[in-house]
Every structure is written in structure tokens, then in C-alpha cells.
Design a protein around this ligand. Structure first.
Ligand code: SF4
Length: 208
């Protein structure tokens, strides 16, 4: 491992520690733990979900997920409903109170968002692209669950346009966009094949 890789890993560790500490504090003040907050966030972004899907998406065990859902139910923030696609299965859904509760949670620590807002757009876009590449590599190594990112999406066409500010194309919305608009968690994401994910990665790396 190069020294640069070690330094980047250390920097990411510092940011993760800061983020986790700030998140713990924000949700603890509201009587939740981070997994419970993640469940609310996932349901708010993606809608109703089966417990097995929730556990896979959040990278937690079925037992841990079940405990967290039970605790959220006792607080009136989520409920279990029959899955309309399969009456024998059950989905976890946000209640009205859960929707309001989630809307009041911070997206991210304010000092971090402030520092990111101060970055020039090109620098922010380059950072987002690099982070997307790292997350994709972790996903390919099966170190983290599947993430709903542009760089693994069937609708993503990297560097389809000559326009430097908006070289990529999203076939879902049929629009061009730049690195700064790459998505890490998109509701419309459709996972593409491993072969095409590799082609996307090679294209992004080649064009830079
Ligand atoms: S559908 Fe979403 S994830 Fe896929 S390319 Fe479009 S914006 Fe990116």
C-alpha cells in the first residue's frame, strides 16, 4: 500500500469518526440510535421495504434490524403492513409521525456541509467522482452492500457529450449532467451488469 493511500484512508477515517460522532449526538438527543435513524432515512428515500431488504441495504444483521424496527414501532415511527405484491409478506413503512421525525433530522453535520459548500464546483465534482469510484470498488469487492449510484446504473452514459461541464447522460431523465451531479443514492437507479460496470469505470478513468 502506498503512503498516499494510507493518508487518504486516514483522512476518510477522520471524516467518518466526525460524522458518526455528530450523528450519534443528533439522533441520541431524539431518543434513537444510528441504525434506527438509517432505517427512517432509507424508508423516506425509497418507500416501504421488507425487513430482509432493509437489512441488506443497511449492512446489518436480520436480528439487529428486527430489534431496531421493533423499537421504532414502539415509538410510533414505523409500522408493518402487508406487501401489496405478496399478501403473505410484510413491509416496514414510515408512519406520519415517522415522516415528520425524519424530516427534522439533519442531513449531515452542519460544519461538514459548510466546508463542502465552500469548495469550488469543479473540486466538489472531482471529489464526488473519486468517492463514487471508491464506493464502487468496495461494492465490487463485496465489502459493502449494493449502492444505488450513477457509476453502477444501467441509465448512466459516462462522457457521452463533448460539453466539459456536463459530459455524462442519464437515460432515465434523458438529460446531461456533470460530475457535481453524480448520485450516490438514487431512487431510480437500476443496477447494471458487472461487465458494464467495468466498462463505465474504465471510461471514467480514461477520460479523467
Ligand atoms: S437514474 Fe439515477 S443513478 Fe441512474 S444515471 Fe440517472 S441519476 Fe444516475
Amino acid at each position: 500500500m502506498s503512503d498516499c493511500s494510507r493518508q487518504i484512508a486516514a483522512a476518510l477515517g477522520r471524516l467518518a469518526l466526525f460524522w458518526r460522532t455528530a450523528l450519534w449526538q443528533a439522533v441520541a438527543e431524539r431518543g434513537l440510535n444510528p441504525t434506527q435513524a438509517e432505517i427512517l432515512g432509507h424508508l423516506a428515500r425509497r418507500g416501504p421495504s421488507r425487513q430482509v431488504s432493509l437489512a441488506a441495504a443497511l449492512g446489518v444483521s436480520a436480528a439487529s434490524l428486527s430489534d431496531s424496527v421493533a423499537s421504532l414501532m414502539s415509538k410510533g415511527l414505523v409500522a408493518r403492513h402487508p406487501d401489496p405484491r405478496d399478501g403473505r409478506a410484510v413491509q416496514v413503512v414510515l408512519t406520519e409521525a415517522g415522516t415528520k421525525f425524519h424530516a427534522a433530522l439533519p442531513d449531515a453535520p452542519a460544519p461538514l456541509l459548510g466546508a463542502l459548500d465552500d469548495l469550488p464546483e469543479a473540486e466538489a465534482g472531482a471529489a464526488l467522482r473519486t468517492l463514487s469510484t471508491l464506493i464502487r470498488a468496495l461494492q465490487e469487492a463485496r465489502a459493502i452492500p449494493v449502492q444505488r449510484m450513477c457509476v453502477t446504473c444501467a441509465y448512466f452514459q459516462p462522457h457521452r457529450h463533448a460539453e466539459a461541464a456536463a459530459p455524462h447522460h442519464c437515460d432515465f431523465v434523458d438529460a446531461a449532467f456533470g460530475d457535481a451531479a453524480l448520485r450516490i443514492d438514487c431512487a431510480e437507479h437500476e443496477e447494471t451488469t458487472q461487465a458494464r460496470r467495468a466498462i463505465i469505470a474504465a471510461r471514467l478513468a480514461a477520460v479523467g
